[in-house]
Design a protein around this ligand. Structure first.
Ligand SMILES: Nc1ncnc2c1ncn2[C@@H]1O[C@H](COP(=O)(O)OP(=O)(O)O)[C@@H](O)[C@H]1O
Ligand SMILES: O=C(O)[C@@H](O)C(=O)COP(=O)(O)O
Length: 420
């Protein structure tokens, strides 16, 4: 019976969160979508279950409906607290979906207040005076302003969230967070009494996240990035609900050929492809020149002949810099451009697996969603992390090791080190 029930708005975000919970001693399983059957049935045995949705960029009513169905299933399975995981760069469109989903979950849980905290220091996301920084720069100067689906052009999270909800949004500032759990709790109470629904909570260090996590022990709903989840397992341990565990991240041995499929156009992924070019075979598909999914798949099929190996990966990428992405979007429309590339990469991933790939890295959240759905994966067991936020996982059904890499995550040599 899961004690913590999590709803993630994309698949890479879900593995990121699951890895964080595993690293802090919770046995965690990620399920792909809401399990079939009546609410609560077919849930895996685990301390925490993460339901991975692909709801970040769908219309808000659909994101709300899917998130509520996930919440219902997790509550029916026994979850005592619900965690809504979104991106550490607060990825959302002008219409949502962070605000509308959080509003609906609060209503369902008969609660009127939650924190919103995407900080993730291990990946250089910090929040100061309500402003989200990526490394040393504001969110809107970090490259995220050019994201193909969710361009982030305002770093002030109070303002961004306020645009997505009718509930009031306040700020628990750095000075309060620095004072620790008690001060944070008092700030939450004052904010709730003042009629605010959300508290954007500053956080710069992991000590801040532990203190904030402790202050959320009684909250029905916690919302944020995976960073804030690091403080939650201790609450369950203190309640006597979570034993000490040492084997939370064991996976079967990996085998088969190695491959990377990339659809993320982030600066980090483009850099990782650049480095891989000097070491392993890399195919860069040009969706602008060939805006046809079947033709792109045919190019990849022809290219991969004789190249697959158990010694080193091959990389197949559709990723492109902002000007090329913008040109394809102008030609086809934003959503159609994204879908075309996602469909092509999902088919290519399926072909790779059919030809014996047993260890597959997928770069990009939406891309991972498309690939995992195409492969018919139902759940992922979470293994050790390659880099912060990106664990190896074991897909069931199928004898496949998968790493779903957030576009923005991973060191420059990620596509090589993942297989070492
Ligand atoms: N060359 C391209 N032109 C336009 N869109 C692209 C191109 N390559 C990838 N995309 C799309 O960009 C989106 C990237 O999103 P995602 O996979 O979530 O990456 P990230 O993790 O960086 O956010 C996907 O919808 C993908 O299909
Ligand atoms: O919180 C994060 O940054 C990630 O877990 C995440 O949500 C990844 O999203 P993508 O960048 O779209 O892969």
């Amino acid at each position: 019976m899961p004690i913590l029930g999590c709803i993630a708005d994309d698949f890479t975000g879900a593995t990121d969160l699951a890895a964080m919970l595993v690293a802090h001693g919770m046995r965690t399983v990620q399920v792909i979508g809401v399990p079939d059957g009546p609410p609560g049935s077919n849930m895996p045995e685990a301390d925490a279950v993460v339901v991975a949705l692909k709801s970040r960029t769908v219309p808000a009513p659909q994101a709300v409906a899917e998130s509520l169905a996930a919440c219902e299933a997790l509550l029916a399975a026994g979850a005592r607290q619900i965690f809504f995981k979104y991106c550490s760069t607060f990825d959302s469109t002008a219409e949502g979906n962070i605000g509308p989903v959080a509003d609906a979950l609060l209503r369902r849980l008969q609660s009127g207040f939650a924190i919103a905290c995407p900080a993730f220091p291990a990946n250089n996301r910090s929040i100061f005076q309500g402003h989200l920084f990526v490394g040393g720069v504001l969110l809107n100067e970090s490259g995220m302003e050019n994201h193909p689906l969710t361009p982030m052009r305002d770093a002030n999270l109070v303002r961004v969230l306020a645009r997505q909800t009718e509930g009031g949004v306040g700020l628990v500032p750095f000075n309060t967070v620095e004072q620790g759990e008690g001060a944070i709790r008092r700030a939450f109470t004052a904010m709730r009494d003042a009629g605010r629904r959300y508290a954007i909570t500053d956080a710069v260090t992991e000590a801040h996240l532990h203190a904030i996590g402790a202050a959320c022990a009684e909250h029905a709903l916690v919302t944020g990035g995976s960073g804030i989840a690091m403080g939650l397992p201790a609450n369950f341990r203190a309640m006597g609900l979570l034993p000490d565990r040492e084997d939370a991240d064991e996976l079967p041995e990996a085998r088969g050929a190695m491959a990377v499929v990339a659809g993320s156009c982030s600066r980090a992924t483009l850099g990782q492809i650049g480095l891989a070019r000097d070491h392993v075979p890399v195919l860069e598909l040009d969706a602008l020149e060939t805006p046809d999914a079947a033709a792109l798949v045919a190019q990849a099929r022809a290219w991969m002949d004789g190249k697959l190996s158990e010694e080193r990966p091959v990389v197949i990428a559709a990723s492109a810099p902002p000007d090329k992405v913008a040109a394809l979007q102008q030609k086809l429309g934003r959503d159609a451009a994204g879908m075309l590339v996602e469909h092509a990469l999902a088919d290519i991933a399926a072909e790779l697996v059919a030809r014996g790939v047993g260890q597959l890295v997928v770069a990009g959240g939406e891309t991972s969603g498309a690939v995992v759905q195409k492969l018919g994966v139902k759940s992922l067991r979470i293994g050790p992390q390659i880099d912060p936020g990106v664990p190896w996982t074991y897909a069931e059904p199928g004898n496949l090791h998968l790493a779903l890499k957030s576009g923005n995550f991973g060191a420059r040599d990620f596509f090589l080190k993942a297989f070492q």
